[in-house]
Design a binder for this molecule. Structure first.
Ligand code: HEM
Length: 310
C-alpha cells in the first residue's frame, strides 16, 4: 500500500509501538524471557534454541500486545511460517485464509468483550469511523507475522554469531552498561540483516541507480544485507564490531515502510540475549557449526534448528 493511505493507517498503530511504550513493557518481557529460560533448562540439554527460546519469546510478547491467546501459537506460527517462506500460491492462500479466519473470530470476541489490548483499541477506532473492521483483521495478521518471525530469527542467529565471537559474547554477558548492550544489538542487526529477501518496490518514475536505468513501473528487489555491508557505509563491513557506529543501518528497512515494530524488537533483543548468556555461562553449540542448516528460502534468514548445551 502506498501513501497517503498507507501513512493514514500506519498512524493508527504508531502509538502502540513508541519507545516510551516499549520501555514500559521491559518488566513483562523480562518475565517471559525468564519463564522460557526456566522451561528450556528444566527440559534438559541439548536443547533446540530456536524452538525452546527464540520463537516463544516474540510469539508470547506479540500475543500479549494484541490480545491473542498464546495457546493458539502452534496454529498461527505454522501459517505465518508459510507466508514468509517459498510456498506455492495455493499454500499461501490457505495460510492467509486460515489466519484471517482466526483473527476475524478474535475481533468478534473483542467486540463483545473489549480488553486492554491493541485489537480492542483498534476497534475503538472502528467505532469512531476511522478504519473498518477488515483493516483491524489485516493489522492483526500483519503484526502477528511480522512480530515473531523476524525477532525469533534475530535471537537465534545472534546467539550463533556471539558463540562464534567469544570475546564479544563475554563482553555482552558481563557488562552492566545498557549502552554496550544497545550498541551490540544494533551491530548484530546490521551484521546479520536477517530480512535478506522480499523487499520489493516499483519505481514511480525513471531513475538511474549505479549506471542502470530503472524505468517507471519496473519492479526492484532491494537487497538490505548488501546495503548494510557496503564499504561506503562502514569500514571493514564483514567484521562484527559492536563498537562501530551503526547509525543509518538498513536492517529495519528505509523510508515510509521502515519497521513499525523496531522499538519492540530492540527491547526484546536487549533483554533476551544478555539473559541467555548470563543464565547459561557455559552455553555452546551441541553440534559442529557445519551441521547447522539455515532457512535460505524464507524472507528472514536464520538457523532452522540451533542445538545447544550448557
Ligand atoms: C529484529 C526484528 C525485526 C526486523 C529485522 C524487522 C525488519 C523489517 C523490515 C526490513 C521492514 C521493511 C519492509 C519493507 O520495506 O518492505 C519491516 C516492516 C515492518 N515491520 Fe518489522 N522487523 C522486525 C520486528 C518487527 C516487530 C517485532 C514488529 C511488530 C510487532 C514488526 C512490524 C513491522 C511492520 C508492521 C512493518 C511494515 C511497516 C509499514 O509498511 O509501514 N517488525 N520490518
Amino acid at each position: 500500500m502506498d501513501d497517503p493511505e498507507h501513512i493514514r493507517l500506519r498512524r493508527t498503530l504508531t502509538g502502540e509501538f513508541t519507545v516510551k511504550q516499549m520501555e514500559r513493557l521491559r518488566p513483562l518481557i523480562q518475565e517471559q524471557v525468564d519463564h522460557f529460560l526456566d522451561e528450556m533448562i528444566s527440559q534438559g540439554q541439548p536443547a533446540d534454541l530456536v524452538n525452546a527460546y527464540a520463537y516463544p519469546i516474540p510469539s508470547m510478547v506479540i500475543c500479549l500486545l494484541l490480545g491473542v491467546p498464546y495457546e493458539d501459537h502452534a496454529f498461527f506460527q505454522e501459517h505465518s511460517a508459510t507466508l514468509v517462506s517459498a510456498s506455492t500460491d495455493e499454500e499461501m492462500h490457505v495460510a492467509a485464509m486460515s489466519l484471517a479466519g482466526f483473527l476475524s473470530e478474535l475481533v468478534a470476541r473483542k467486540e463483545r468483550e473489549p480488553a486492554d489490548d491493541l485489537i480492542s483499541r483498534q476497534l475503538q477506532r472502528v467505532a469512531a469511523g476511522e478504519i473498518d473492521r477488515g483493516t483491524v483483521v489485516g493489522h492483526g495478521m500483519g503484526l502477528l507475522v511480522a512480530g515473531h518471525e523476524t525477532t525469533a530469527n534475530m535471537i537465534a542467529l545472534s546467539t550463533l554469531a556471539l558463540l562464534e565471537n567469544p570475546d564479544q559474547l563475554a563482553r555482552l554477558r558481563d557488562t552492566d552498561d545498557p549502552a554496550v548492550v544497545a550498541n551490540t544489538v544494533e551491530e548484530l542487526l546490521r551484521y546479520l540483516t536477517i530480512v535478506h529477501d522480499g523487499i520489493f518496490r516499483a519505481a514511480s518514475e525513471d531513475v538511474t541507480i549505479g549506471g542502470t536505468l530503472v524505468k517507471a513501473g519496473e519492479a526492484v528487489l532491494v537487497n538490505l544485507p548488501s546495503g548494510n555491508r557496503d564499504a561506503s557505509f562502514s569500514a571493514d563491513p564483514d567484521t562484527f564490531d559492536p563498537d562501530r557506529n551503526t547509525r543509518g543501518h538498513l536492517a529495519f528497512g528505509y523510508g515510509t515502510h521502515q519497521c513499525l515494530g523496531q522499538p519492540l524488537a530492540r527491547v526484546e533483543l536487549q533483554i533476551a540475549l544478555p539473559a541467555l548468556l548470563r543464565r547459561l555461562p557455559g552455553l555452546r553449540l551441541a553440534v559442529p557449526l557445519d551441521e547447522i542448516a539455515f532457512r535460505d528460502t524464507t524472507v528472514t534468514y536464520g538457523p532452522q534448528r540451533l542445538p545447544v548445551a550448557w
